[in-house]
Design a protein around this ligand. Structure first.
Ligand code: SAM
Ligand code: SF4
Length: 331
């Protein structure tokens, strides 16, 4: 293998998030507009062949971890066939999927058979009324069925991603803590980030990690950090001291983890983004469609990673929200 992708701050980039679509079957308010969403034309989406080619190219520089996301990845037809091809690429040793879970019960078996083992399911409330308030669509029971199916089929780990929003999800923290204890599913609380299509994010709406941990500790029981942690992982993991129930905290706003970041992203329309909050991107689709050679593609990725900023600036007056909302970047 030749040298890894290293940015100007010495961070190694071996972790790629691939968005397979910007379409979605729900409309979470912190991500998408409620109605009249303009999706990318189908011809702009990378084909499975193009995605696989890109992965084969970047593997040469040590990329070994892939996560598929969207939009909602399970609305992309035959996703399991893409996963099967990615899992088979030599050098890829970890493939994960982030999904809203609505279509998961139907697809869990196929996904498992494709070689996928790690799955994160997004669910912000354990209450159908609140679910609808967040997602502006029905689907709560389908998500629960998806979580059950994922566990039954054998996915391990199954994690739940819950975005925490002040004034809305405080009362969900303890029920989620209890769910973690009862089912063995890890609950990961994510601070609300300024990537919503409606640009209504305000710092006051972020329910901070410290408050979540405090609530869990006082209302359920003390938590201890888990010893073996991957320093580049966005979540800090905890366990209740009695050994029952795992909690992950993604404190993107209150405790940014940019210093350890090892991630870059490929959007569904074939753009490289070196950060969720990046204001620039690099077009890879055109290179793939021109049948550019591997070195040309690698040089484009290298240049993008080299240009990565030290960190996001959410906590400064300089912060500018990117034009692309989360559903179009791939979270
Ligand atoms: N549709 C899939 C899902 O919801 O899991 C995959 C894409 S979604 C963009 C990926 C993750 O980003 C989800 O866990 C979602 O909750 C999270 N997310 C979306 N917008 C966010 C925001 N503004 N702040 C924090 N997390 C966000
Ligand atoms: Fe869809 Fe996921 Fe965005 Fe919710 S967070 S609107 S499920 S892409």
């Amino acid at each position: 293998m030749s040298s890894p992708f290293v940015d100007s701050f010495g961070r190694h980039h071996d972790n790629l998030r691939i968005s397979v679509t910007d379409r979605c079957n729900i409309r979470c308010f912190y991500c998408m507009p409620a109605d009249n969403v303009e999706f990318m034309p189908k011809s702009h989406l990378l084909t499975f062949e193009e995605i696989v080619r890109f992965v084969k190219v970047v593997v040469q520089r040590g990329v070994k971890k892939i996560r598929l996301t969207g939009g909602e990845p399970l609305v992309r037809r035959d996703l399991h066939k893409l996963i099967e091809q990615i899992v088979a690429i030599e050098g890829i040793d970890d493939v994960g999927l982030t999904t809203n879970g609505i279509l998961l019960a139907d697809q869990a078996q196929n996904l498992y058979e494709s070689g996928l083992r790690r799955i994160n399911i997004s669910l912000d409330a354990l209450d159908p009324v609140k679910f609808k308030e967040v997602t502006r669509r029905e689907g709560y029971e389908q998500v629960l069925a998806g979580i059950r199916a994922a566990q039954e089929v054998g996915f391990d780990p199954v994690k739940i991603n819950a975005v925490s929003i002040r004034g809305l999800t405080e009362d969900q923290i303890v029920p989620f803590g209890n769910l973690a204890r009862e089912t063995g599913v890890e609950i990961r609380f994510i601070e609300f980030m300024p990537l919503d299509a409606d640009a209504t994010w305000q710092r006051e709406k972020v329910l901070f990690a410290s408050e979540i941990l405090e609530k869990l500790s006082t209302e359920i029981g003390p938590l201890k950090p888990l010893p073996t942690q991957d320093p580049s992982a966005p979540a800090t993991d905890f366990e209740f001291e009695d050994g029952r129930g795992r909690i992950g905290i993604i404190a993107s706003v209150s405790q940014p983890f940019c210093g350890q970041c090892n991630r870059f992203r490929l959007t569904a329309d074939g753009k490289i983004r070196n950060c969720l909050f990046s204001l620039e991107e690099t077009d890879i689709k055109q290179l793939l469609r021109e049948n550019a050679d591997d070195q040309t593609i690698l040089a484009a990725v290298e240049a993008s990673i080299q240009a990565k900023k030290e960190g996001h600036e959410i906590n400064t007056a300089r912060f500018i929200q990117p034009d692309r909302p989360m559903y179009s970047i791939g979270g």
